[in-house]
Design a binder for this molecule. Structure first.
Ligand code: PMP
Length: 459
C-alpha cells in the first residue's frame, strides 16, 4: 500500500499521490500540487483556503448561469426522484429528452430536423464524423469521406475529435491525426495577415486556400468542413469580415457540409443564442455541449438538418438499425438540467446581457492596447482575449507562452481565474456577470498587467 493512503495527509498530498490531471504536466504537478476549489456562488469560486476568485473562464467556457443556480439544482434533484435513468435505445424515450429536442429545434438558427444526444463535446464531434461517413455510404459515395477542419480549431480529444482539433499538443505522441482529416489555415488576421493586406483580402486568401485544398484532394472526396464560429481554445479567434460568406460559397460549390461546433459559442456566448447567427453561418450540423447544461451535468447534443438526417435514416432501415449510441446519451438528469438552463437563459435574457456586458468589457480591455505588452485585444459578446507580446512591431515573444503564463499567475494572485493559450489570456465569464462585476474583472486585469510591466521593466 502506498504510504500516502492515509486521510491524515492533506488533500494536496493525496491529490498528488492518486489523481492524474487532464491537460497538466504530470511531473510538474508533483512539485506544485493542485488548486482545490470547494464552492461557488454566482461568478465566484472559493478554494479550500477560503480565497475567493472571479471565475473569468466560467469553469471551462461553460458555466453560463453561475455556480449556484437553484433552478438547475432543483431540476436535477426533482428528476433524480422521478426517473434517475433511462435511455433511448430501441425506440425507448422519456419526457426530458423529448422536450429538450423539441426546444432545441425551435431555437435553432436555421431549419433543423433531428437531435441526437451524446455526453461530451468530443463524443458529439466523434459521432458527427461517423454520421457523415455513414451518410456518404448511404448515398453511394463511399469516396466522400475526407473532412477539413482548421489549424488552431478545438473539437475534443477522442481519436476522431482530437484529429479534428488543430493544435500540436493534441497530436504529438498520440499518433494523430488519423487519415482523412485535413487542416486548413485559421482565420487569425492579426497573426497571419500579410503586411498591407486588408481583412477582406485575408478572408479571400483563407477561402482560396480552402478551395485549393479541396481541388488537390478531389472535391468528390471531401464530405464536410468543421468550424467553431469563434475559435475558443485556439486563442479566441474572431474571423474577419466576409470570412464565412466566402468559405460557405466554396463549400456550397462542392456540395460539402458545414458542421458548426457550437460547444463554446452556443447558448448566448457571442451575443446571440448561437455563434452561427453572430457569424452568418448556415450549418448543416450543430454540435452543442458545455453551456447546454452550464456543465452542471455532462451532456451534449447534435442537431442536423434533413439533408444529413434523410440518408442516415434510410441507411439504418437498410441495415436494420443505426448502430451507434451511448448508454447515458440524453440522460434524463442532463436533459432536465438543460431545459432549466435554457429557461434561466431565456427568462433572464442572458443573451442580451452577454451582448451588453460583453461590449462593455471588451471596450475596457481595448483601453489596454497602449501597454507595451499588448499586441491585440479581440473578442465578441462575452468571450475575449488579450494577446501579449514582447515586441509589438514583430508581434513576437522570445519563449512562447512565457508572458501568458506570467500574466495568468498575476491575475490568479489578484483573485481572477483566467487561462492562457500561449501568450493570449482569455476571458469567458459566466453569462450572468453584471457591468459592475465586469469592471471588477477588468480592474484585476489592468492591475496584473501593470505588475507584469514592472516585473519585466517595460513600464
Ligand atoms: N469543441 C469545442 C469548441 C470545445 O471548446 C471543446 C472543449 N473545450 C470540445 C469540443 C470538447 O468538449 P469535451 O471536453 O466536453 O469533450
Amino acid at each position: 500500500m502506498n504510504e500516502l493512503t492515509n486521510f491524515d495527509q492533506t488533500a494536496e498530498a493525496r491529490d498528488i499521490a492518486y489523481h492524474m490531471h487532464a491537460y497538466t504536466n504530470a511531473v510538474r504537478h508533483a512539485e506544485v500540487g493542485p488548486m482545490i476549489i470547494e464552492g461557488g456562488e454566482g461568478i465566484y469560486v472559493e478554494d479550500n483556503e477560503g480565497r475567493r476568485y472571479i471565475e473569468g473562464m466560467a469553469g471551462l467556457w461553460s458555466v453560463g448561469v453561475g455556480f449556484n443556480d437553484q433552478r438547475l439544482i432543483k431540476a436535477a434533484t426533482d428528476q433524480l426522484q422521478k426517473l434517475p435513468f433511462y435511455h433511448n435505445f430501441g425506440h425507448k424515450s422519456h419526457a426530458p429528452a423529448i422536450d429538450l429536442a423539441e426546444q432545441l429545434i425551435a431555437i435553432a438558427p436555421v431549419p433543423m430536423s433531428k437531435v441526437f444526444y451524446t455526453n461530451s463535446g468530443s463524443e458529439a464531434n466523434d459521432t458527427v464524423l461517423k454520421m457523415i461517413w455513414y451518410r456518404s455510404n448511404a448515398m453511394g459515395k463511399p469516396e466522400k469521406k475526407k473532412v477539413i477542419s482548421r489549424m488552431r480549431g478545438y473539437h475534443g480529444v477522442t481519436i476522431a475529435s482530437a484529429s479534428l482539433t488543430g493544435l500540436p499538443n493534441n497530436h504529438k505522441s498520440f499518433d494523430l491525426p488519423i487519415d482523412r482529416v485535413l487542416h486548413t489555415m485559421a482565420p487569425h488576421f492579426w497573426k497571419d495577415g500579410n503586411p498591407g493586406e486588408t481583412e477582406e483580402e485575408f478572408a479571400t486568401r483563407c477561402a482560396n486556400e480552402l478551395e485549393a485544398m479541396i481541388q488537390r484532394e478531389g472535391p468528390e472526396t471531401v464530405a464536410a468542413f468543421w468550424a467553431e464560429p469563434v475559435m475558443g481554445a485556439g486563442g479566441v479567434v474572431v474571423p474577419p469580415k466576409t470570412y464565412y460568406e466566402k468559405i460557405q460559397a466554396v463549400l456550397e460549390k462542392h456540395d460539402i457540409l458545414f458542421v458548426a461546433d457550437e460547444v463554446i459559442c452556443g447558448f448566448g456566448r457571442t451575443g446571440n443564442m448561437f455563434g452561427s447567427e453572430t457569424m452568418g453561418i448556415r450549418p448543416d450540423v450543430i454540435v452543442m455541449s458545455k453551456q447546454i447544461t452550464s456543465s452542471y451535468i455532462p451532456f451534449s447534443a447534435i442537431m442536423m438538418n434533413d439533408r444529413v438526417y434523410g440518408p442516415i435514416a434510410e441507411e439504418s432501415n437498410r441495415i436494420g438499425t443505426f448502430g451507434h449510441g451511448f448508454t447515458a446519451g440524453g440522460h434524463p438528469l442532463g436533459a432536465a438540467v438543460a431545459l432549466a438552463n435554457l429557461a434561466v437563459i431565456q427568462d433572464n435574457d442572458l443573451v442580451a446581457n452577454a451582448r451588453d456586458v460583453g461590449a462593455h468589457l471588451l471596450g475596457r480591455l481595448h483601453g489596454l492596447a497602449d501597454s507595451p505588452l499588448v499586441g491585440e485585444v479581440r473578442g465578441i459578446g462575452l468571450i475575449a482575449a488579450v494577446e501579449l507580446v514582447e515586441d509589438k512591431a514583430t508581434k513576437s515573444v522570445s519563449t512562447a507562452g512565457k508572458l501568458g503564463g506570467l500574466m495568468n499567475n498575476a491575475m490568479m494572485r489578484n483573485g481572477l481565474i483566467s487561462r492562457n493559450m500561449y501568450d493570449a489570456v482569455a476571458f469567458c465569464p459566466p453569462l450572468i456577470i453584471t457591468r459592475a462585476q465586469a469592471d471588477d474583472l477588468f480592474e484585476i486585469v489592468a492591475k496584473s498587467l501593470g505588475e507584469l510591466e514592472a516585473e519585466l521593466g517595460v513600464a
